[in-house]
Design a protein. Structure first.
Length: 281
């Protein structure tokens, strides 16, 4: 892999994330740029790449199972009244260029292509910021513009008939350990209580690490959280929870998620404080 294929994120001089722009992956995994490994400041890895339980989970990135029928998530496609099916409908996110590239972040342009046709043009802005001696923040913004001449929409297995499966959008596949991580928000605890709900932030706590995900714009905060802990650890922000998200020709959908990456087990009070510090107005 050449240096042009990766970018290393650093916080206070320490590497905390490796961004792969042109991964060599089979079409079935919906090839796309991703961050992996992502680590705490002490060096603990908090992402997984192509784990055995879901080989199409690729660290941290943007993945969408249904863009006008094309699968940019990877794996099987949920078909209404049929269930999961192996379809030859996978798209790819293709890195075009870095508009900006610094040690603490970058601005990237990508093309979302399926069956030889570009559906979406994405501008992705990623920045890493030190919060404390044991915590840093990953600020991740993506803007999806419909570059076709007609309307298109983003869907999920939930909008296609599978209740509770509204995944698609920003997604973080976390580190799997012997026991499931704890999940909590401002006023709730547990995967069942939090999955599919709207909350200003969601925390995932493992053995010696904590991830706190926060919607950083008013529009992003309206998207429900997709949460998994028991089966595998992962958190996403749902673009299409109850209904498809339309993007008319030339229009753009923008979302911004800030994730606090901390060493140790963070309390609810500490989590709220770190989110306030990480999410600027």
């Amino acid at each position: 892999m050449t240096p042009h294929d990766t970018a290393v994120l650093r916080v206070a001089g320490r590497p905390v994330g490796r961004y792969v722009t042109r991964p060599e992956l089979p079409d079935r995994l919906a090839p796309r740029p991703y961050l992996h490994p992502v680590t705490t400041l002490a060096g603990t890895a908090v992402t997984e790449l192509s784990p055995a339980d879901h080989i199409h989970h690729l660290g941290v990135g943007v993945a969408v199972p249904d863009v006008e029928g094309s699968n940019f998530w990877g794996g099987r496609t949920y078909v209404r009244d049929q269930g999961p099916a192996e379809l030859d409908n996978h798209g790819a996110q293709r890195h075009t260029a870095f508009q900006l590239r610094d040690p603490d972040g970058f601005v990237e342009e990508l093309r979302w292509v399926a069956s030889g046709v570009e559906l979406l043009r994405e501008r992705r802005t990623v920045a890493a910021t030190e919060l404390t001696r044991s915590a840093w923040a990953l600020d991740f913004t993506f803007s999806l513009t419909n570059v076709t001449s007609g309307p298109l929409s983003i869907g999920s297995p939930a909008t296609n008939g599978r209740p509770g499966a509204a995944y698609g959008g920003f997604f973080w596949r976390a580190r799997k350990e012997a026991s499931a991580p704890e999940v909590f928000t401002v006023d709730r605890e547990g995967e069942e209580e939090i999955h599919g709900t709207v909350a200003p932030w969601v925390a995932l706590t493992g053995s010696g690490w904590t991830l706190i995900f926060a919607g950083a714009t008013e529009r992003t905060r309206r998207d429900p959280w997709f949460v998994r802990a028991a089966e595998y650890p992962g958190v996403g922000s749902s673009l299409a929870a109850d209904e498809r998200l339309p993007i008319p020709p030339g229009e753009t959908a923008v979302r911004r998620i800030v994730t606090v990456v901390a060493d140790g087990r963070i309390s609810r009070l500490e989590a709220a404080s770190l989110v306030r510090k990480a999410v600027s107005p």
